[in-house]
Design a protein around this ligand. Sequence first.
Ligand code: KIV
Ligand code: ZN
Length: 387
Amino acid sequence: MMEDQIKIFDTTLRDGEQSPGFSMNQDEKLRLALQLERLKADVIEAGFPIASEGDFNTVHEISKHIKESTVAALCRTTLKDIDRAAESLEPAAHPRIHTFIATSDIHMKYKLKKSREEVLESAVKAVEHAKKFCDEIEFSAEDASRSDPEFLYEIFTAVIEAGAQVINVPDTVGYALPWEYGELIGNIRKNISNIDQATISVHCHNDLGLAVANSLMAIRNGAEQIECTINGIGERAGNASLEEIAMAIATRNNNMAKKTNIVTEELVPASKLLTEITGNQVQPNKAIVGENAFAHEAGIHQHGVLNNPMTYEIMTPKSVGLTGNKIVLGKHSGRFALNKKLQELGYSLGKKELNQVYLQFTNLADEKKSVEEKELVALISKTLPQE
Ligand code: KIV
Ligand code: ZN
């Protein structure tokens, strides 16, 4: 089966960092960028150089160190922004200027105070100007999912004509529903005459918790690049989560006929590094990288998983960079898992003894959220008579 290659554009260091409590200094961003390169992200968006001296210096520094991945710098469509982005990318082996302007009526009227004609002109001029510094230009139509599709076709056709190789269709406010967004991407592919000269990228926010679903619908309808972040961090409710997208594609590739370059074993290390740097934990039930993503407490599940992990695990813990799953002993656990743990601790109990210990164990588990190894050892010495 032929699988289409989906490019992963990581924006943890730009859109991710823009959210409250996630700002990082230059050294921290560089450490994360190097991890993103180990992960084989195709593109690393390193920052928004016009935003501050610090962001400029960071993009410059990352550009010096990253050799394999493309390094992107964000800028508005003003010439000053583009110059700054271009300068910050000077040392990059594979630079990309990423320029954006809003295309929805609400953004154009209340934020930009520009007409459609002015926005179109600004976008084309920006791409032409950026082309003087760098071969690879990405153009984003901010708030694309709430823009008039006819205007999107017009502006994308014009920027491709001006030299943009990547056109990005952001669902900036996480408003789209998966089928609507899929249809929009399909229509962009159909209605833009020069689309064969460009890659369609998608950039989904998670305000309705649909960022990953929307991104997957987009690739089903012809998108070839997904913009996402580690742990799904980003403005408001975040961006599409890189680990969820990479594992959805890796786990269900028979169904999707898509693949990415992501080294999935580097996903948990990347997530942990981001957590360590920012001090923000991911919620325990977060898919792929949450503390409970491969943990089992219920007796029936533990029994199944201990006999064959695939009963309740659709991917292996190793494939995402963990050493194994976690069997948590708590009030929902059964004798099977308890006995297995006791055997690991060196105890070999008969049926009657196990029943006695199990009864005490459930009493203890009723009081506590989970029972630790040392508590089990204490329970054994209390419950079973010593020879
Ligand atoms: O969400 C958005 O529209 C963006 C663009 C700048 C790509 O982050
Ligand atoms: Zn965004």
